[in-house]
Design a protein around this ligand. Structure first.
Ligand code: FAD
Length: 587
């Protein structure tokens, strides 16, 4: 299948799938006996047979899967010839080396989408996109970027910043009505740490560095950045800033806006930046804040000064089980207002908890016996109902004393809400499972199952209302569209704050026999977002708006605020060189 071809981005040597998620050595496969396996050895979930995977999917979706019935991928891909702006190309080739730009079909296709399930990945694999990149540029320095922006402005070329391509908000979907040549600017060759300031604990880093490479390089020097989104393997520093990203360890290190001290944004009007890097400053309106959440609309982020932290002495996983979601949420609420909040804590509902179990190795003999014993303890002795119980996974990080203090207090507090310690290994597996989610999405897609994740932030008081509203709406829509089987909705709480939480939903549908499945899926997802906002949730907690959530900006910003953002765009980019049209600029 052509979707199984792989590419090397910039100078990175870790090959990735062209259009699907992740690394080329990793994919879910199914064995003739029905067992599912994750290939390679990248994750703890790799290399063993999961016999409960397919039965779990069948149970939650109320279907029987025919594993021979694979949705055929569209090949060859329908890529039209590029729009060519010859004067621009002529000047560009005088400024860059030949290997710094490409009009090849493969490069163009890879840079024409992000990872949004239906509107991007599904359409690349099975249908077609509205618009394809005409050119891909690989700058290697800020001077290359400045020159590219200047040429694009002069020759009326549209530029689109591209980081890791992991956007899940259609922020990288190219506007179908763009008639200018679209040049996608892939920043991943700008991937160096320029300097480390050990005394003040900060580093200046080029924006195209991938999270994993940043973390590895810092760890070699004895530091960490602490920003760990689930996409850390492929997303970049510039992308994090442009989307207002959030990492799982934000309790200890902060969200991206707390980690970045200073940022450089190259716009057609010049470089927007603050001239000093300081811990905090009271200086009036802070123009560099415009880079956060800019979603490619204003310019190219080329570098940032970020906080760095000494590598933690100890990283310790943990896990807890609770009799119900309500118990777990009450525990989180109490925990959020204590002094022993761990770097990360996530609470998964019963459906996701059981999914975790379904991905375990098939157990036999003594291991099966021990598993049964554990189950007996949890379900009988403590009176937990296996269909209600939920789990929390925990990462504690810091000095040994700090971690001991957190662990002791956290488990004691959990006891007040009938929480039971479930071991470090379950915690570690829970986090590793996160890395497998998008591989699972791509695996099940070939069996006509469309799945997507979406997130929101809500005040503590609205958690229950929002979750119930999503369930009810999903059920109503399932009936209205007369869809086969059952809908899949599960959720987890991934971040806790003083005033509320981030809820991360997973939604799935079996679409065999459904007319225009991607469109149906999109409409239902839109209606779920509507009820989230109607019940007090936000447009997004960290995925951003892109084009997917553009319809909800009216419920997010006042008209005067929208106009202000328009004027800012007008000031820095009057000719709309950065014409990706996300957020309020989306059509
Ligand atoms: C499996 C998976 C897990 C995820 N987990 C998380 C998570 O835990 N937390 C989270 O916050 N997000 C998560 N995401 C979403 C995504 O990874 C983030 O939005 C990420 O910040 C995007 O970074 P990127 O480098 O891939 O940017 P891209 O996807 O390449 O681009 C995203 C947007 O930013 C713009 N952009 C990119 N680089 C620059 C730059 N240098 N200058 C200006 N604009 C730029 C693009 O034009 C586009 O509008 C996840 C996505 C997937 C697929």
């Amino acid at each position: 299948m052509s979707g199984h071809r792989t590419t090397e981005a910039g100078s990175h040597d870790q090959r990735t799938w062209d259009h699907r998620w992740g690394f080329a050595d990793t994919q879910f496969i199914v064995h003739p006996d029905g067992a599912v396996e994750l290939t390679g050895d990248r994750y703890p979930l790799c290399g063993y047979r999961m016999y409960d995977f397919v039965p779990y999917v069948e149970e939650v979706l109320g279907i029987r899967l025919d594993l021979r019935d694979i949705k055929p991928e569209r090949t060859p891909k329908p890529i039209p010839p590029p729009v060519r702006n010859e004067p621009f190309l002529a000047e560009l080739s005088g400024s860059l080396r030949e290997d710094q730009f490409s009009t090849g079909d493969r490069e163009r296709l890879i840079h024409s989408h992000g990872q949004t399930t239906t509107d991007e990945v599904y359409r690349v694999l099975y249908e077609q996109l509205d618009r394809y990149a005409d050119l891909v540029i690989y700058p290697e320095s800020e001077a290359d970027v400045v020159r590219g922006v200047e040429l694009a402005a002069r020759h009326h070329v549209c530029l689109v910043p591209f980081g890791g391509g992991t956007s899940v908000s259609c922020a990288l979907s190219l506007p179908g009505n763009e008639t200018r040549m679209i040049a996608v600017v892939d920043l991943r060759r700008m991937n160096r740490i320029e300097w480390i300031d050990r005394e003040n604990l900060r580093a200046c880093v080029q924006a195209g560095i991938r999270g994993m490479d940043l973390e590895e390089a810092l760890r070699r020097e004895g530091y960490t950045c602490g920003h760990e989104p689930d996409s850390i393997e492929l997303s970049t520093l510039g992308g994090w800033i442009a989307t207002n990203a959030s990492g799982m360890k934000k309790n200890r290190y902060g969200n991206i806006e707390q980690i970045v001290e200073k940022v450089r944004l190259v716009t057609p009007a010049g470089v927007v930046e603050h001239l000093q890097s300081l811990p905090r400053v009271s200086m009036g309106i802070q123009p560099q804040c415009l880079a956060f959440g800019s979603e490619g609309n204003l310019g190219l982020i080329t570098s940032a000064v970020i906080k760095i932290f000494p590598k933690p002495e100890v990283t310790r996983y943990g896990s807890l089980v609770f009799p119900s979601m309500e118990h777990g949420i009450r525990f989180l609420h109490e925990l959020a207002h204590t002094g022993f909040v761990p770097a990360s804590i996530r609470l998964v509902d019963n459906i996701q908890f059981r999914f975790g179990l379904a991905l375990k190795a098939h157990t036999e003999g003594m291991a099966a016996f021990l598993d049964r014993l554990k189950k007996f303890f949890v379900t009988r002795i403590k009176g937990f109902d296996p269909d209600q119980m939920v789990a929390a996974t925990i990462v504690m990080e810091g000095s040994r004393d700090e971690v001991e203090y957190q662990q002791e207090n956290l488990y004691r507090l959990a006891g007040r809400f009938h929480g039971l310690a479930a071991g470090a290994e379950a915690g570690r597996r829970g986090y590793m499972l996160t890395y497998a989610i998008a591989y699972i999405r791509d695996f099940v897609a070939q069996y006509h199952i469309i799945g997507e994740t979406f997130e929101t932030s809500v005040p503590w008081s609205q958690i229950d209302r929002v979750c119930r509203a999503v369930q009810e709406k999903a059920a109503e829509q399932h009936r209205a569209f007369k869809l086969p089987g059952k809908f899949y909705v599960s959720y987890r709480i991934t971040q806790i704050y003083h005033t509320g939480v981030c809820i991360y939903f997973m939604y799935g549908l079996y679409t065999k026999g459904v007319d225009r499945p991607a469109e149906v899926f999109g409409r239902i997802e839109h209606s779920l977002r509507e009820v989230i906002l109607a019940n007090g949730g936000s447009i997004s907690h960290h995925h951003g708006v892109g084009k997917l959530r553009k319809d909800f900006m009216g419920a997010t910003l006042s008209p005067a605020a929208v106009e202000l953002v328009r004027q800012i765009k007008q000031a820095v980019d009057p000719d709309n060189v950065f014409g990706i049209r996300n957020n309020i600029f989306a059509g």
